[in-house]
Design a protein around this ligand. Structure first.
Ligand SMILES: [Zn+2]
Ligand SMILES: [Zn+2]
Length: 364
């Protein structure tokens, strides 16, 4: 029997079309996911603004196992009906990066070098259902899957991947812990996830920065547990951090802003001697007129951070499942599959500048 479902296919720049798609036959090592909810990510927005080939976007995917082959069921430890959260990566599993746990950097999962990943694979690559803005998604043999308890509200479950980045960067890489001062530049989904993760790790003081345009998000950051906010449109970050910490400065600083190189420089300035600065956002820019000696003089550790590990996704699943945190307040817009264009434009800030977590529920 042939089964069909609906998918929102990005066919051209800033344009998706709802199409009926055929579900692939399940082999022993594959499966089909019935998508429950998908969170819209900044990466989806950048693909949406520059569609090169038709594809189904959406990679913060939560769903139920609809069909599964025998081998896949054994390998993943899941049965039909189980609720799961997907990672976006489809790594090869064999290369050195995969074998050493860094599968997020595996060339196979990098769409910029012919890799495939959820939410960034053209429909020309069969069986085409590689994105979450769809009623069903293909479970590739190399998919990375985490079980999720049924009591977690869908909009909170959709935060798993952003939160896992927070845990990866703050806990696993940044080693934030009791007594630490952490500065987070940028109050978007990633910045708020970092604030939650830093607090969960025991950081004493979490300072989050934003601009005039992000006043609402800064308020939300305080509700989620951040201790101080700094509006960098009108306040000097280094001076504020010195004031708050009585000159101690920050143990750990992360830049997750999209805008320019200024936050990188102020991050280096806000860090204490011996501190760590994490760079978590693409800039597509070069530094000019930058005094490199600040790194030498303060013996700073500077590290680029990208994505999450298996461990940090598990940490996020457990954090969300505990129900101890008011994560629901991060949810701002929930749309149907027919409204996928609206969801992407909302996430891009075209409609509501104070949007935060935007989600699509394909069965609404
Ligand atoms: Zn994402
Ligand atoms: Zn690999």
């Amino acid at each position: 029997m042939e089964e069909k479902g609906l998918a929102a296919i990005a066919t051209d720049t800033k344009q998706t079309e709802i199409q009926e798609v055929l579900l692939p036959n399940v082999r022993t090592d594959t499966g089909i996911l019935k998508v429950e909810i998908v969170g819209v990510c900044g990466t989806d927005v950048s693909y949406y603004y520059n569609v090169k080939e038709p594809m189904i976007l959406g990679h913060h995917v939560v769903g139920h196992i609809h069909k599964i082959g025998e081998l896949a069921s054994k390998r993943w430890g899941v049965q039909e009906g189980d609720r799961v959260v997907m990672e976006e990566y489809i790594p090869c599993g064999q290369c050195e990066l995969c074998r050493t746990g860094l599968y997020r950097l595996c060339p196979n999962t990098n769409p910029r070098v012919d890799g495939i990943r959820y939410g960034a694979t053209p429909i020309a690559m069969e069986p085409s259902l590689y994105g979450g803005f769809s009623q069903y998604m293909y479970l590739h043999p190399n998919a990375v899957i985490h079980k999720l308890p049924s009591h977690v509200p869908a909009v909170e479950a959709a935060l798993t991947l952003p939160l896992s980045n927070g845990f990866e960067w703050m806990s696993i890489i940044g080693r934030a812990g009791p007594g630490d001062v952490v500065v987070i530049q940028g109050p978007g989904q990633q910045g708020l996830a970092c604030a939650l993760a830093a607090k969960a790790a025991g950081a004493e003081t979490v300072i989050i920065t934003g601009r005039n345009s992000s006043a609402e998000r800064l308020k939300l950051a305080l509700k989620l547990g951040a201790d101080y906010t700094v509006n960098v449109s009108s306040e000097n970050l280094t001076e504020k951090v010195a004031e708050i910490t009585h000159g101690k400065m920050a143990d750990l600083v992360i830049d997750v802003t999209s805008g320019g190189t200024d936050p990188v420089i102020s991050s280096l300035e806000a860090a204490k001697t011996g501190g760590m600065v994490l760079l978590g956002a693409l800039k597509n820019q070069r530094f000019n007129d930058f005094d490199l000696d600040i790194i030498y003089n303060k013996t700073l550790t500077i590290k680029g951070v990208r994505g999450h590990s298996y461990k940090s996704v598990q940490m996020a699943v457990e954090f969300i499942s505990s129900g101890k945190f008011p994560l629901g307040i991060m949810n701002s817009h929930n749309y149907t599959l027919n409204e996928t264009d609206l969801a992407l434009r909302t996430a891009a800030g075209e409609i509501d500048s104070s949007r935060l977590l935007v989600t699509v529920s394909p069965w609404l």
